[in-house]
Design a protein around this ligand. Structure first.
Ligand SMILES: Nc1nc(=O)n([C@H]2C[C@H](O)[C@@H](COP(=O)(O)O)O2)cc1CO
Ligand SMILES: [Zn+2]
Length: 169
């Protein structure tokens, strides 16, 4: 799930960044994706709003959801019997992609849109197709990525080695 969330950081959606990570039966990652505009549809030329009188001026008609991208980005022949980790519960369109691609389990973090018809329909289809879904409750609320830690650790290790050398002499 953390990998899904990390992938979401790349999304240009100013409101909701979603990531998805697919793992096979050995828990090995076979696909990662985040919500974004289709290839060739430039982020800065596409609408990112969601509320407009003109639906053509909203993101809904254009944006590829994280789950779709994760399936399309797969590095294996298929994603049959895989599990998809996703930050937000899949909508009805993504549920179809999940079912048709053979994914057997959805692990989601948030179900904040659960009362909307897209998500009621999604669950109806997942239930009928026998795709399991469960909420992920993380052991810790946050993970900090500190790029500098690798150098700091090396420094500490070097100091420890030097100290050990001094005591042995
Ligand atoms: N499961 C999902 N995967 C996704 O990639 N998305 C994307 C579509 C939009 O770009 C954004 C939702 O925008 P908003 O409705 O919160 O402003 O997240 C949304 C959902 C849930 O609907
Ligand atoms: Zn979707």
């Amino acid at each position: 799930m953390a990998t899904a969330f990390l992938s979401a950081q790349r999304s240009k959606d100013p409101r909701t960044q979603v990531g998805a990570c697919i793992v096979n039966e050995e828990n090995k990652i076979v696909g990662i994706g985040y919500n974004g505009m289709p290839v060739g549809c430039h982020d800065d030329e596409m609408p990112w709003g969601r509320d407009s009188d003109n639906i053509l001026e909203t993101k809904q008609l254009y944006v590829c959801h994280a789950e779709l991208n994760a399936v399309l980005n797969k590095n294996s022949a298929d994603v049959k019997n895989c599990t998809i980790y996703v930050a937000l519960f899949p909508c009805n369109e993504c549920a179809k992609v999940v079912i048709q691609s053979g994914i057997k389990e959805v692990v989601y973090y948030s179900d904040k849109y659960k009362d909307k018809p897209e998500f009621v329909a999604s669950k109806k289809m997942l239930d009928m197709a026998g795709v399991k879904y469960r909420q992920h409750i993380p052991k810790q609320k946050q993970i900090l990525i500190d790029f500098t830690a690798i150098d700091a650790m090396t420094g500490t290790n070097v100091k420890e080695v030097l100290k050990a050398d001094q005591t042995s002499f």
